[in-house]
Design a protein around this ligand. Structure first.
Ligand SMILES: [Zn+2]
Length: 442
């Protein structure tokens, strides 16, 4: 007999296994997390001859999907340099037959698929991001090895963009009907420096603000995983300034180096919860001019993350208090005769956090639809475009653009996707069913 200590990974795995068994049992009713909604809707969608026909169109036109994936990948789209790709994508959305195709003031491109409810069903937005992490000048020529395509950004998230075009065309040709309208979006600013600018504009400023009621981003690498929690982060550049001076002659005067060192040491002592996890990091330190000078300026770049927005707020407050204490401490410890230490805390990144609960109607439907494909969603925490709507209380999540073993090395120069058709058609079917089932929800 194997004894299993409390809280061991084995015990957790067993509990999870037992839970999945019970949860997946037909008719099971559980309060936490809730059993999937009736999967009748999903079954109906998947069995609909028009849906079958749409899958057939994707299969028939698969070479076009691959050609468009290559075409889009080979248009560089570094952060803040997405425009050429956005213009090309805008033309492709128009060609796919969407209504009112436009580019907004931030550079997002979008167009509307009309549902038959005349706006009675809440508007669903489906997005993939235009930007890649790769700087201008990166070689983005696609290389081919069998069914494998290799190029920076080809998976994350160009495959999502190409998938949306193929889906829209397949729906159109097969005359698929949806209850709700669907706004399809190629958005800017998902990756690091973009700081979710595309989504921030869409949800807080642009013409679609307050209109989008559900949101899906096609931006993941594993079909079993659904990102329903947005990992929030706050990033700062903290600059300490002082009078500076000669290391010997001005000895005894305040120093930004000591203030910053004190702040870093204090930050390193902060105890944070392990679950839900909170993290902090000093990623870049800089400053000073020579070994025999008291610096007049030092700086550090900080990154703090949490799933729980309250925890991130707490961490933020602690961090700011620590910086203030360190500055006051230095000003009290040494002479301020030639000037005091001052500090400037500049926000350089702000990704809001939050969770779409698995027992919300939208995610219950996701579980039900995945159930039709014999899948149980694994709820994930990530930083994606869904962070922004989630933080505003709009049900949102990220789904995969292809299955786990069909792509890899995202954010590296040898990023790859597999375009083996049989698997790609299966992946398409699941993603299409997920999107279409949410477009039916009242
Ligand atoms: Zn991505």
């Amino acid at each position: 007999m194997i004894s299993i200590p409390l809280f061991s990974p084995w015990r957790r795995a067993l509990c999870w296994f037992a839970f999945v068994l019970v949860w997946a049992a037909p008719g099971a009713v559980h309060a936490q997390p809730v059993a999937p909604a009736s999967n009748a809707l999903a079954r109906q969608i998947v069995a609909d001859p028009k849906f079958r026909a749409a899958v057939g169109v994707y299969d028939r036109d698969f070479d076009r999907f691959v050609a468009e994936l290559i075409k889009l990948t080979e248009i560089p789209a570094p952060p803040f340099g997405e425009e050429p790709r956005a213009r090309a994508y805008l033309a492709m959305l128009k060609d796919a037959g969407l209504e009112g195709v436009e580019m907004d003031a931030e550079g997002n491109v979008m167009g509307l698929w009309r549902g038959k409810s005349g706006g009675a069903v809440p508007l669903l937005a489906v997005a993939a991001h235009l930007d890649t992490v790769f700087p201008a000048g990166t070689d983005v020529k696609v290389k081919r090895q069998g069914t494998r395509l290799i190029a920076p950004g080809i998976g994350d998230d160009t495959r999502g963009l190409a998938f949306m075009l193929a889906l829209i065309r397949a729906m159109r040709e097969a005359k698929v009907e949806t209850a709700g309208d669907i706004l399809f979006i190629g958005n800017v600013g998902e990756e690091g420096p973009g700081d979710l600018r595309g989504m921030r504009y869409l949800f807080t400023k642009g013409p679609w603000k307050d209109k989008i009621k559900r949101f899906i981003t096609v931006d993941g690498g594993n079909l079993d995983m659904v990102t329903n929690s947005g990992l929030g982060s706050l990033r700062y550049k903290v600059t300490f300034k002082g009078p500076g001076g000669h290391s010997w002659g001005a000895f005894g005067n305040v120093s930004p180096a000591f203030a910053m060192g004190d702040a870093m040491a204090r930050l390193g002592q902060v105890k944070v919860p392990k679950s839900p996890k909170v993290s902090y990091n000093v990623g870049v330190v800089s400053g000073g001019t020579s070994v025999n000078s008291i610096p007049f300026e030092t700086a550090m770049e900080i990154d703090m993350r949490a799933v729980d927005p309250t925890a991130l707020k707490d961490m933020d407050a602690k961090f700011k208090a620590i910086v203030a204490e360190a500055v006051d401490g230095e000003n009290a410890t040494r002479s301020t005769m030639n000037g005091k230490i001052t500090v400037d805390i500049k926000l350089i990144g702000n990704r809001p956090s939050g969770t779409t609960p698995p027992d919300s109607p939208v995610l219950r439907q996701v579980a039900a639809t995945m159930g039709v494909f014999d899948k149980v969603p694994v709820w994930e925490t990530n930083s994606t475009d869904a962070n922004m709507p989630i933080s505003l209380g709009i049900p949102a999540f990220a789904i995969a653009r292809s299955s786990a073993n069909k792509g890899g090395r995202a954010h590296s120069l040898d990023e790859w996707v597999d375009v083996e058709k049989t698997q790609a058609v299966k992946d398409f079917e699941l993603a299409a069913a997920l999107i279409l089932s949410i477009a039916e929800l009242p």
